[in-house]
Design a protein around this ligand. Structure first.
Ligand code: ATP
Length: 465
């Protein structure tokens, strides 16, 4: 059923499940909502935390030469000058003259098959827009009358530390999270045994005044990015870059994404300093393949810029040879919201199961918000409830466990299926009268197994890592 469905219909179902089951809520909803802002609800935050933990495990815990970081969001404003964000971090904007809706011109051109991106000059984008704008309609009112294109800077200004009252010295919210890694490159080298090649990993917030936030979590104004920056010797980029690309692809597959829903796409327009840039695209339900993660070969641009603007020597000295150089950087950067959307879209399944229709999130057990749900067979039998409570208390010490005694067991299964819980444990009369253990039901197959209470924790643990 899943694949034959029109994509937008599927997206609506996913958005609706996210709201109904407490994964994602519109930001400031009771005030009518705020564009490009979303809140993670009770199950959403669990899934989000599990994605972060799995990413951290892969990029820090399981690697010899990667170090973690959590840098402050606010940075000395010159950081954003050095990085090029105050001058060049912009998207091309045009406004509908009838209803004032703003459109992102490169994306609108792209939709009608004209290759364009935000790195093109304002003049080039105006030229393309003038040539093709008769084919572009305002997404709100349908009119076809736009202002010329201008580059709109996406940085969000604040008055943090600015006491002039006139916002003359703005500090910026981070336009991207990774700048904190460059600023701490020297600190990490000096405080650890980091030797090139090595990486720094960080998950951090970023803010962008996106012209048209859309497609649910895909394009938001507040986002979180999981970044790795791999510091290498100059010109030793090719092999390492290819390995990083392949590793990231394989990681998504290991977390449950089908390879046919992922693909690589090389950037046609490179930033002037970049040696190469690829995206990993995911087949999102609303408009097909689009950027999930960026993998960039950034040469020595970032550290060179920060050295120039800060006056601090960011050269690395090889401890064995004494050779001095500014390292090159290979970067991976992915938005947590886009990952969340990819994992939940991939998992969303409608199927016939035991003669009935069901909706189930076939999330990898590692990512599932709740790992196990515990049910007393009947809610009005104190002896069943007491034993089930005992099992529940035991499991929840180490495993994210949920209690459910509402409705019949079939209904409880459906509820847990919808939030992706891989195991449901039922305590019945055989459990207490014959010491026969509990019934463990597996989400995807519906297979049931009797497991002794003393073995239960290890049984579940063995299946969720
Ligand atoms: P796009 O072309 O879609 O605007 P980008 O090329 O500007 O993205 P980067 O600046 O390379 O994106 O950011 C790295 C990653 O951060 C992206 O691959 C994406 O996963 C995520 N990301 C970027 N902008 C947003 C956003 N507005 N909302 C959610 N995630 C985002």
């Amino acid at each position: 059923m899943k694949n034959s469905e029109p994509k937008n219909d599927l997206m609506e179902k996913i958005v609706s499940l996210c709201k109904r089951r407490g994964f994602i809520f519109q930001g400031s909803e009771i005030y009518g909502g705020m564009a490009g802002m979303y809140d993670y609800g009770p199950y959403g935050v669990e899934l989000l935390n599990n994605i972060k933990a799995a990413w951290w495990k892969e990029h820090v815990q399981k690697r010899d030469n990667y170090f973690g970081l959590d840098s402050a969001m606010f940075k000395e404003p010159r950081v954003w000058e050095a990085s090029g964000h105050t001058s060049g971090f912009s998207d091309p904007l045009a406004e509908c003259k009838k209803c004032n809706t703003r459109i992102r011109v490169d994306k609108e051109l792209d939709k009608i098959g004209v290759k364009a991106d935000e790195k093109m000059s304002e003049a080039k984008l105006n030229e393309l827009f003038n040539e093709y704008k008769t084919k572009i309609k305002c997404p709100k009112c349908g009119a076809n009358d736009f202002t010329p294109v201008h580059a709109f800077n996406l940085l969000v200004k604040t008055n943090m530390g600015d006491f002039t009252g006139k916002n003359e010295n703005p500090a910026y919210l981070p336009g991207e999270a990774c700048q904190g890694i460059y600023l701490n490159f020297k600190n990490v080298v000096d405080s650890t045994r980091a030797k090139i090649p090595f990486g720094i990993a960080q998950i951090g917030k970023a803010f962008r005044n996106e012209i048209s936030p859309r497609n649910f979590l895909f394009r938001t104004r507040e986002l979180e990015q999981a970044d790795t920056q791999y510091f290498i010797r100059p010109n030793e980029n090719k092999e390492a870059y290819e390995k990083i690309k392949q590793d990231r692809f394989k990681w998504y597959v290991s977390m449950g994404i089908k390879p046919e829903n992922l693909r690589f796409k090389q950037h046609e327009n490179l930033a002037f300093y970049a040696a190469d840039a690829w995206d990993i695209e995911y087949n999102f339900p609303f408009n097909g393949f689009d950027e999930l993660e960026g993998i960039h070969d950034r040469t020595n641009y970032d550290l060179t810029q920060h050295m120039k603007y800060s006056g601090t020597d960011l050269n690395y000295t090889d401890p064995n040879t004494g050779e001095k150089y500014i390292p090159w950087i290979l970067e991976t950067s992915v938005g947590m919201g886009r990952m969340f959307l990819a994992f939940i879209s991939e998992a969303y399944t409608e199927e016939e199961f035991g003669g009935e229709a069901r909706t189930v999130l076939k999330l990898s057990p590692r990512l599932a918000p709740i790992k196990v749900a515990v049910f007393p067979l009947l809610k009005n039998k104190p002896e069943l409830v007491a034993k089930a409570r005992e099992v529940y208390e035991m499991l929840r010490e180490d495993i994210r466990t949920e209690w459910d005694d509402n409705g019949n067991v079939g209904k409880r299964y459906r509820r847990q299926d919808e939030i992706g819980t891989p195991f449901c444990v039922t305590i019945d009369f055989e459990t207490i009268e014959q010491d026969a253990g509990v019934t463990v039901r597996e989400r995807d197959t519906g297979k049931q197994e009797r497991v002794k209470i003393e073995d239960l924790k290890d049984y579940i643990k063995g299946k969720i890592h």
